[in-house]
Design a protein around this ligand. Structure first.
Ligand SMILES: Cc1ncc(COP(=O)(O)O)c(C=O)c1O
Length: 399
């Protein structure tokens, strides 16, 4: 007798008939609740992936789902060319989270990280009149044709060369290379305060201080890509706030809509006003539905004190990861609930084993397990993850 297909197998087979061929999904998610996510066969996972740092307030969050449903019944589309009541409320709430000393009082809304980074490149070009960028080795800012120039990984870039923008890659945390490559041709230095895709490397204070000083001296802008690290993930609304520096632009996306596509390019007044009318635009950016979602996420972060939770539970998570004491762990690093565990070997089989034990994670490069759970994660959730990770690290995947 031929065995019946599981629900997962059936859905994946139908998906495979039409998908773009870019991925080979092995799991089907059907619903979530808080930090838990469920697959089509009814298995439960603690979600330390969260759509890669997206489900900031957890799955099926009551405030978020209510706000989306209510807004959908009132008005879904309203572009930035027209005023929107809910977008104005969203702006008020968003800027209440941005410390005044940063001088970031303007925002351009879009729908993804790549889109806001594209916008930042254009704004930097037009504000400085310069052609050249500097970004970091291992940096990731997206895969659309403009930002590809500042994304490090060769396999993403090389098939599409020559690329649009001139860019030099410097060693992350190298002040000497900053000094060497930032010139009077540089429009902007583009950096993540914590490199997410590249392996969860944290910027040094001295490096970001130097980035600010050198760019200012040479007439270049400083752009912080907080698409992954922003919206409270590191215990402050912006990871940049840990450093006390004043960038000219900051980009946000992933966690801001709690899963609804959204992106925000924060800018100083001076930079924002340099774009000529019509110099940039978007149909969907800042739409009413996404604004309602963003507003609900920010209200939830405030009401449940999720910045403090990310800081406290993140510190606990890091402490417990270090306490596992496995000889396979090379380093635990990160801030708040943006944590990487670097192993001395490839992580792929450990990630699969964690999945089998009901914990969803993703890699950040070949040797780093990345933990970017919802900001509502509790210490009790962490304890469960740690117990399962400790068991998995006992397994032998050597050939
Ligand atoms: C730091 C950073 N910038 C930009 C992006 C691109 O964002 P998106 O996938 O929303 O286009 C990502 C995505 O992982 C990211 O981590």
């Amino acid at each position: 007798m031929i065995a019946e297909k599981t629900k997962t197998q059936d859905i994946l087979a139908r998906d495979a008939e039409h998908n773009s061929g870019l991925w080979n999904p092995g799991i089907v998610f059907t619903h979530g609740d808080g930090v838990k996510i469920y697959d089509a066969d009814g298995n439960e996972y603690i979600d330390c992936l969260a759509g890669i740092a997206v489900a900031s307030v957890g799955h099926n969050n009551a405030r978020l789902t209510k706000a989306i449903a209510e807004q959908a019944q009132r008005l879904i589309i309203c572009s930035q060319a027209h005023g929107s009541d809910v977008r104005a409320d969203f702006y008020d709430k968003l800027f209440s989270f941005i410390p005044e000393y940063l001088g970031l009082s303007r925002v351009f809304m879009a729908n993804s990280g790549s889109e806001v980074n594209e916008a930042a490149l254009k704004w930097a070009r037009v504000a400085t009149g310069r052609p050249h960028f500097v970004s970091a080795k291992r940096g990731f800012s997206g895969r659309t044709l403009g930002v590809l120039a500042i994304t490090w990984e060769k396999k993403y870039r090389e098939p599409f060369e020559p690329l649009k923008y001139e860019n030099d890659f410097i060693k992350y945390n190298s002040i000497e290379e900053l000094d060497q490559y930032v010139t009077d041709k540089t429009a902007a230095v583009f950096l993540e305060p914590i490199q997410g895709e590249g392996g969860m490397y944290v910027a040094d204070q001295e490096f970001l201080d130097a980035a600010r000083q050198i760019t200012q001296e040479r007439g270049a802008l400083l752009i912080m890509d907080e698409v992954q690290s922003g919206v409270g993930r590191t215990g402050k609304f912006l990871a940049t706030e840990h450093y006390g520096i004043k960038p000219d632009m900051v980009t946000l996306a992933k966690g801001l809509g709690g899963g609804v596509p959204i992106g925000a390019l924060l800018m100083s007044e001076e930079v924002a006003m340099k774009m000529p009318k019509g110099g940039h635009g978007t149909t969907f950016g800042g739409n009413a539905l996404a604004s309602a979602a963003g507003l609900a996420v920010l209200e939830e972060i405030e009401a449940r004190k999720l910045l403090a939770n990310a800081e406290e539970v993140g510190a606990y998570f890091t402490e417990k990861l270090e306490a596992i004491g496995s000889s396979k762990i090379r380093e635990v690093r990160g801030k708040g609930l943006m944590i990487g565990v670097e192993l001395k070997e490839k992580v792929a089989p450990y990630i699969d084993a964690l999945k089998d034990k009901g914990v969803m994670v993703i890699n950040a490069g070949a040797t780093v397990i990345r933990f970017v759970p919802p900001l509502i994660m509790s210490k009790a959730d962490v304890d469960k993850v740690i117990a399962r990770l400790a068991q998995v690290l006992e397994l032998d995947f050597s050939e």
